[in-house]
Design a protein around this ligand. Structure first.
Ligand code: CTP
Ligand code: MG
Length: 193
């Protein structure tokens, strides 16, 4: 028997379109778009500001190192929150049902910014200076925090099984490295990672 019953699509295509794995991954990527945009927007936005103001106001922690460093600014934080929320509104309009509340993209954006800030705080505490690499945390910390916060408030999504989450984090790490390398080539970033 060739093809599935009741379908006139080619068998290969049919298999892909009905593939729950792919459907789950795409749903996950659409859902986390506000977190992606919130995380990426500061890199571009902060360049338009003459003197961005560091969130830690230039202050040191008790270990004598900067609390967060110059890579976490008010302009970046609010620009990220605004951009992530704005893309969330666009997604809600184009794909209704993606979010359960208009506050969900706000929460995803806030979680992303919070995770990014916590990552910098941790990096400074273990002696990595601003812009220095902390693999895995740099690429995926924002997403972990965004999902944790959004799911604490709104509950998990129907696609959130362990395998889809693993794939989502893998794809995120690759996208993060890819877009950072692109930003570096465009002269937007000092380092390629
Ligand atoms: N950025 C910002 N404010 C934020 C987040 C990011 O101004 N809240 C901008 C900064 O210009 C920063 C750039 O986006 O340099 C890239 O962000 P990120 O890679 O998170 O910061 P790093 O400079 O690598 O600093 P850290 O080592 O603290 O992660
Ligand atoms: Mg960095």
């Amino acid at each position: 028997m060739v093809g599935s019953v009741g379908s006139n699509r080619p068998m290969g295509l049919d298999r892909w379109m009905g593939d729950p794995l792919l459907t789950n991954l795409i749903s996950a990527l659409v859902y986390v778009l506000p977190a992606y945009v919130a995380n990426g927007a500061p890199v571009v936005l902060v360049r338009t500001v003459e003197r961005p103001r560091p969130l830690d106001m230039g202050r040191n922690f008790i270990d004598g190192r900067r609390i967060l460093g110059d890579g976490k600014t008010f302009e970046g934080l609010f620009g990220g929150l605004f951009s992530g929320t704005a893309i969330g509104l666009v997604v809600s309009f184009l794909l209704p049902g993606t979010f359960r509340s208009p506050l969900e993209p706000v929460t995803l954006s806030s979680g992303a910014m919070l995770g990014d800030i916590l990552g910098s705080f941790a990096k400074r505490r273990i002696g990595i200076s601003q812009g220095g690499p902390l693999p895995v945390v740099d690429q995926t910390g924002f997403l972990a925090a965004a999902l944790l916060l959004a799911w604490t408030i709104f509950g998990p999504r129907e696609w959130s099984d362990a395998f889809t989450l693993l794939l989502l984090f893998l794809v995120t790490a690759l996208l993060h490295l890819g877009t950072n390398a692109g930003a570096y080539l465009l002269g937007l970033k000092e380092r390629w990672y």
